[in-house]
Write a protein that binds this ligand. Sequence first.
Ligand SMILES: CC(C)(COP(=O)(O)OP(=O)(O)OC[C@H]1O[C@@H](n2cnc3c(N)ncnc32)[C@H](O)[C@@H]1OP(=O)(O)O)[C@@H](O)C(=O)NCCC(=O)NCCS
Length: 431
Amino acid sequence: MATVTTTGGPHGDNGSDTIEIRAVQQTELAAWARALSSGFMEAKGGGSLDYVTAQFEPGRALGAAHRGRFVGTYRSVDREITLPGGKALLANAVTNVTVSATHRRRGLLTAMMTRDLAAAAGRGQAIAVLIAAEYRIYGRYGFGPATGRRSYSIDALRAGNVRVPAEAEGGSIELLTMEEWGKLGPEVFELFRRNQPGAIDRRTTDWGTRTGELQYSGKEWKEPLVALYRDPAGRPAGYLTYTVKDPWTNLITQATVRVGEHIAADRAASAALWRYALSIDWIDRLEIPSIPADDPLPLLLDDPRACVDGGNSAADFMWLRVLDAPAAFSARSYAAPGRVVLQVSDKLGHVDGRFAIEASADGTGRCTAVGDDHPADVSMDASVLGTLCLSSEPAARLHAAGLLTEETPGGVSRLGTLFATDFRPWCQQSF
Ligand SMILES: CC(C)(COP(=O)(O)OP(=O)(O)OC[C@H]1O[C@@H](n2cnc3c(N)ncnc32)[C@H](O)[C@@H]1OP(=O)(O)O)[C@@H](O)C(=O)NCCC(=O)NCCS
């Protein structure tokens, strides 16, 4: 079997039986794009070369090269993630992970992942994130599920009115062109994502692909309708993008609105946009593919039973890996003053050790590495630390599931008190 080595750059592969893990050069992107497409089981000869080229950052795209072909792909980018309390951390966001079916289970993913995580830690990045295609792949590298989501399907005729806070009365809704959305959307999105733990930032190219300004071969774009909500002072505070299916069978209107994005700076904007969506004429169903798992939307309706599971209710979405515990846990906020000591085991070594978190009454906290003379309250694997970072699960639930161990009586309760949040984190987009 071929041996796996990791190197700095192309070595003019001459057909040797070594699989080389290395940074991809810009001139090799066509071959890398092809490997990426076939890795995701798309029989697209050329791959999306224009897309891959636009996303290219030297040193951040890795490939596994064997006998003159790429048989593995991997890329990381920098993205900001909002933490509980509203501070954002620059994360190493991992994407485009594939290993050819011809080379699976030979350690290629492990080689690319360990190399990239070490590089991210070397750059001083405190966390890494990814969207996991399958649940059982990434825990071994210290990633834990860090945001939840669900889907809803609402019977618009049964739902009745939407309860909207008084502060949204006097606000207004207008439909935007793509050009207007491209200008106003980023401003609204910034307000939203700074208030939403788990949200990631959006770059100029991300906006271009949404508004249709940037279109790549092989990636279909359909213009959505965009409704902008302005608060009573006239400030843009939310938007809803959607497409409509209206089959008109037997001349009966039976349209379904499918939500693309529902982005709101606050609860008032959020409710005002849901009220708009459910008031559109002809509509008898509203489909929402991704919404925070504990979003109050059903309770805003006169009849919450009109809001049922949308059939796409995956429990997890973004996964998170802590690379620097003191940096990550000093940046987030806490629900109560107190102290808790975590013992973490990490096969990759990045956060292997003991960490004390001391929270103040103002919600700020400080995390420091401590020695064995500080008794641990709870112990866990690095992947569970990833789940705790944004408070995706309550400590008691993780404990009940056997994912963390209580080392000192009352330790789980202390952890739960400090890490309590009103709502679960939500990541609304892939990267
Ligand atoms: C997922 C994928 C990248 C794994 O690559 P790989 O090179 O086969 O992985 P490795 O050989 O490095 O495997 C490392 C470990 O992960 C395990 N593993 C890998 N993929 C797994 C999966 N899909 N389910 C469960 N375990 C998996 C291996 O069994 C191995 O376990 P071990 O460390 O206990 O021996 C590859 O199967 C693939 O490309 N799948 C299709 C596309 C995809 O899902 N990409 C991920 C997008 S987020």
